[in-house]
Ligand binder design. Structure first.
Ligand SMILES: [Zn+2]
Ligand SMILES: [Zn+2]
Length: 271
């Protein structure tokens, strides 16, 4: 009987231990290397960048390491040298994606919004002379439109983080379709009405292709997935349409139009 009890306690303890989780906030990675190994084990994605910062008593510098050139040994770190993990696009990259949005069977092409926007009063007040309640200040993030338009009504998303103010620029996984929407004045309703496009709420569907010659990589109508689409692929294609319209097609002319916009640097990674 004693043995049965001991066995039961042991099994119960093992099952209980197997339910343990580890949650780390924030999520950090640790890599272990010997002096004889290359850096290739640090990279899990072609879009990853390993940045080594070096600090002196007077200033700081950094050196970037990319997956395509990972065959070197890992530089040693010290109190004054540390690593940062980044993802493309970063400052220095300049990439372009094609988008086509069709609402009410009509293509919509965007220009950047006015960077200041006055918000009207909910109820007019007599205590202020201004004819608006408050003023919003939007800003240039480096993810935006130049109002380019293809013959069939598609447009181009420009991504070049260097052009934005240093503290306000977005890079890596923060370069999203939602960021583009913010630049051109498309808003997602917080009460489930969909997206506000040129003054009207619509429910959007989205197809994403990592390149114009690819089969569809993602198809969704999840608003969160649409907002968080990572704009990392140079010459990626984003198709958006409302429930009253059909999924737009990408013509040969659209692809030729897209290819007039370059990928910088020329060795920018592709999937
Ligand atoms: Zn631009
Ligand atoms: Zn551009």
């Amino acid at each position: 009987m004693k043995h049965v009890c001991a066995l039961f306690v042991l099994v119960f303890t093992l099952v209980y231990i197997s339910t343990f989780h580890l949650i780390q906030v924030p999520y950090t990675r640790t890599y272990y290397f010997t002096a004889f190994q290359t850096m290739c084990g640090m990279f899990g994605s072609r879009f990853q960048v390993a940045r080594l910062h070096t600090q002196t008593p007077f200033s700081t510098t950094h050196r970037d390491f990319f997956p395509d050139h990972c065959g070197q040994t890992v530089p040693f770190t010290s109190d004054h040298r540390w690593w940062e993990e980044l993802y493309r696009p970063i400052v220095g990259d300049h990439i372009h994606l094609f988008y086509k949005m069709v609402v009410n069977k009509r293509p919509v092409v965007f220009h950047d919004r006015n960077l200041t926007e006055t918000i009207p009063y909910e109820t007019p007040t007599e205590s202020c002379t201004a004819d608006y309640a408050y003023k919003k200040q939007w800003y240039h993030t480096g993810v935006h439109s130049h109002c380019d338009r293809s013959a069939s009504g598609g447009g181009i998303i420009h991504v070049h983080p260097w052009s934005a103010p240093n503290q306000l620029r977005v890079q890596g996984r923060e370069v999203t379709l939602g960021m583009f929407f913010e630049s051109v004045g498309v808003e997602r309703s917080t009460t489930g009405r969909g997206f506000l496009v040129k003054g009207k709420y619509v429910k959007l569907n989205m197809a994403y292709f990592t390149g114009p010659d690819r089969v569809q990589d993602l198809l969704t109508h999840s608003e969160e997935e649409i907002m968080n689409l990572w704009l990392v692929d140079c010459h990626g294609v984003v198709l958006l349409w409302d429930d009253d319209s059909d999924m737009p097609s990408v013509t040969k002319e659209d692809v030729e139009f897209l290819e007039t916009f370059e990928c910088h640097p020329s060795d920018y990674p592709r999937r």
